[in-house]
Ligand binder design. Structure first.
Ligand code: AMP
Length: 223
């Protein structure tokens, strides 16, 4: 699909809800640029930047990075892709961040993946990722072709330090208290679309159909 107008989308959902996988499919199908706050932070940690080292403790403990740091980081990345359509993944995670984003850009649509917490706990502990690309695998339902290696590059996969059971519990708690209010914020603005389910492959066709319609209507409005 060729987009005529800039489309600004956000994807939300608890950690392990399939956000990374669905984002990858959205980006591939609709040609939006993918901006993932978690990937940006992990790239900073990997490159041992000052910011990355400072933030590592927060992330490893399953706590959110301070709002002002996160907002500045993401908004400066968004400015760099100002003339493109984008999909924000992992940001905003608090009302403060949602308001900071709102001050700079108006969001056309928010995709909310609603997956039960029990499913998520089991999923996160069997998750493997390819760090440079952010590609996500799951040994139970989306394994790589060769165990332990990325399908596209053949490079090794790693497990995230924050995918331990205790940290997962803490991350889910942070989601409930700090991020769920953001869903309400977007619901009241009339841009929230929720997709419920337990399997990414079953949720995805609904997201795809919704976005096809949504992006067509956004483009028709300006035509
Ligand atoms: P994710 O890969 O999106 O689950 O992010 C991994 C970790 O990075 C989170 O558990 C937080 O510690 C941190 N993080 C990512 N995005 C944000 C954000 N928008 N605000 C605060 N912390 C964040």
């Amino acid at each position: 699909m060729v987009l005529q107008r800039i489309v600004r989308a956000v994807i939300m959902g608890p950690p392990g809800s399939g956000k990374g996988t669905v984002s990858g499919r959205i980006v591939k199908t609709f040609g939006l640029k993918h901006i993932s706050s978690g990937d940006i932070l992990r790239a900073n940690i990997n490159a041992r930047t000052e910011l990355g080292l400072l933030m590592k403790a927060c992330i490893d403990q399953g706590q959110l990075v301070p709002d002002d740091v996160m907002s500045r980081l993401i908004l400066s990345d968004l400015r760099a892709v100002d003339q493109s359509s984008w999909l924000l993944d992992g940001f905003p995670r608090t009302i403060y961040q949602a308001e900071a984003l709102d001050d700079a850009y108006s969001v056309d649509t928010v995709i909310n993946l609603n997956v039960p917490f029990e499913i998520i706990k089991q999923r996160l502990t069997s998750r493997w990722i390819h760090l440079p690309s952010g590609r996500v695998y799951n040994i139970d339902f989306n394994p790589p072709k060769v165990s332990g290696f990325d399908d596209a590059t053949g490079e090794p996969l790693v497990q995230r330090a924050d995918d331990t059971p205790e940290t997962v519990t803490r991350r889910l708690k942070a989601y409930k208290t700090q991020t769920e209010p953001v869903l309400e914020y977007y619901r009241s603005k009339g841009v929230l679309e929720t997709f419920s389910g337990t399997e990414t492959n079953k949720i995805w066709p609904h997201v795809e159909t919704f976005l096809s319609r949504k992006l067509t209507s956004v483009n028709q409005k300006v035509a």
